[in-house]
Design a protein around this ligand. Structure first.
Ligand code: FES
Length: 168
């Protein structure tokens, strides 16, 4: 073997330490890079929108739709049940409302009271909302039901996060 091809003990140690150091640095940087570009990846995936119903099944009458999402809190993963009231307005646009009463968080029903057949009703303290989710004056809620962020794609309704609305 010629002297040119020989690797000294010092060179071998330098190469090895540089390789191991580079490998460890890449391992530490990968999660940071993933965290930094996560919003970009999420927007390409369509964000956190979930397919909840076929658009053809939605009528002018509010109907309750349910779906499940995976929720990750640190190392704990769980399934969370979500609910919305959905209907088509006079223009044919889909309206998706949160069922959570803005008074103290009970769940509202549609048309469950004979006296108020075309309103959302909260059984906890008698809160009422009109069909578009606006709170009826003189009842406990002081703000409308939040909307769900929504989109229609390939004949399916997708819902995302809720968007709060201000009371008057
Ligand atoms: S929680 Fe709905 S009216 Fe009070």
């Amino acid at each position: 073997m010629s002297d040119k091809k020989r690797v000294s003990r010092r060179q071998f140690l330098n190469y090895t330490l540089t390789g191991v150091g580079g490998f460890m640095a890449a391992g530490m940087m990968a999660p940071m890079v993933r965290f930094a570009i996560d919003p970009v990846l999420k927007s390409q995936e369509g964000g956190d929108m979930h397919s909840v119903a076929s658009i053809d099944e939605i009528t002018n009458e509010p109907q309750r739709v349910e779906w499940t999402i995976e929720q990750v809190d640190a190392w704990y993963e769980s399934e969370v049940q979500k609910t919305a009231w959905v209907y088509k307005d006079e223009k044919g646009d889909v309206v998706a409302l949160s069922p959570i009463c803005t008074h103290l968080g009970c769940t509202v029903d549609w048309g469950s009271q004979e006296e108020y057949p075309n309103q959302f009703y909260c059984p906890c303290h008698g809160g009422r909302y009109t069909k578009d989710g606006v709170n009826v004056k003189g009842t406990p809620p002081t703000a409308p039901l939040p909307y769900y962020e929504s989109k229609v794609k390939d004949g399916m309704l997708y819902l995302g996060d809720t968007i709060s609305r201000k009371g008057e």
